[in-house]
Design a protein around this ligand. Sequence first.
Ligand code: KIV
Ligand code: ZN
Length: 390
Amino acid sequence: MSKRRVIIFDTTLRDGEQAPGFSMNTDEKIQLALQLERLGVDVMEAGFPISSPGDFEAVTRVAKVIKNSGVAGLCRANEKDISVGWDALQHAVRPRIHTFIATSDIHLQHKLKKTREEALEIAVKAVKFARNLCDDVEFSAEDAMRSDVDYLCQVVEAVIAAGANTVNLPDTVGYKMPFEIDKVISEVINRVPNVDKARISVHCHNDLGLSVANSLMAVNAGASQIECTINGIGERAGNCSLEEVVMGLTVRKDVFDDIEIGVKTNEIYRASKMLTTITGVGVQPNKAIVGKNAFAHEAGIHQDGMLKNRTTYEIMTPESVGYPSTSLVLGKHSGRHAFVQRIKDLGYEIENDAMQSAFDEFKILADKKKEVFDEDIESIIFNQAKDEQF
Ligand code: KIV
Ligand code: ZN
């Protein structure tokens, strides 16, 4: 049986980063982008280039440094946004312009003050303009899941005819139940005549705690791109969590037997840890896949079962998501080898010269404290980044 490839589109650096408490500077974004590339995401959304000079710079630098994943930038549906977006993205090996306009009556009436017809025209014009610049164009119908489905089908058909390669249907406010997502995705796939010329994507927010379930339901209904973020960070209650949706598809291959994805699951923990260290915002201990307790077993009966056979209480191994198996303590007696290895284990890449001065800084710090923590090492790395360009 030939498999259906589901694209993992990571938006940690855009939708994730725009949530309160999660902002990152450009050097931090570059390190995270390199880790996302190692993780094997198909596309990473690096930012919203017109939103600020910092975002423009970050998208430009991510576009230059990333070779194996596509790099997307968000643009509203107008020529100015798209031109600026393209200026930043054009350096990428696989650039993608991601343009959007809302399609729900709530957004059209109260936010945009546009009619459905006007929004449709704006969407088509934007996609055509973007396709003249870039071969890979994604269109998002913001608040799609609260939009009238007949109108939504009309928009999807028109933007595909205008050249959109991917059409994303966001549950912008995390409102829908899984069975309703199934209905919308199925209707769009069954009713839009040219739907096979594009990829249908979902982008689910987590306001009712359903973003992962809704994304999996969408894939089951025929969607072939999932938009998600590391640790599920994002606006309000966040976005669909990459680690949860990816492990859902991986652990339950038996029910998703026609699906394939390109993510290297053993890089998940490192990506999660890097994000928490950079932002200073941890995940709750019971967080699925990456929480401190995700693989801990305390109850006697569970421990007994685990000792007899791990599958009694474990549906995936810690190794499969890259949980570190040993924890060597770094201190004043540690050598350069252990220091360099820890930097690699944490997922960072630094140049040889910067490595030497990082090691010197480590030794000075190690003399002052009993143990040098990962957070200390990360701040040493970003101190080097102030002098060097990654
Ligand atoms: O939540 C949303 O609708 C979005 C779009 C801009 C893709 O983030
Ligand atoms: Zn969003």
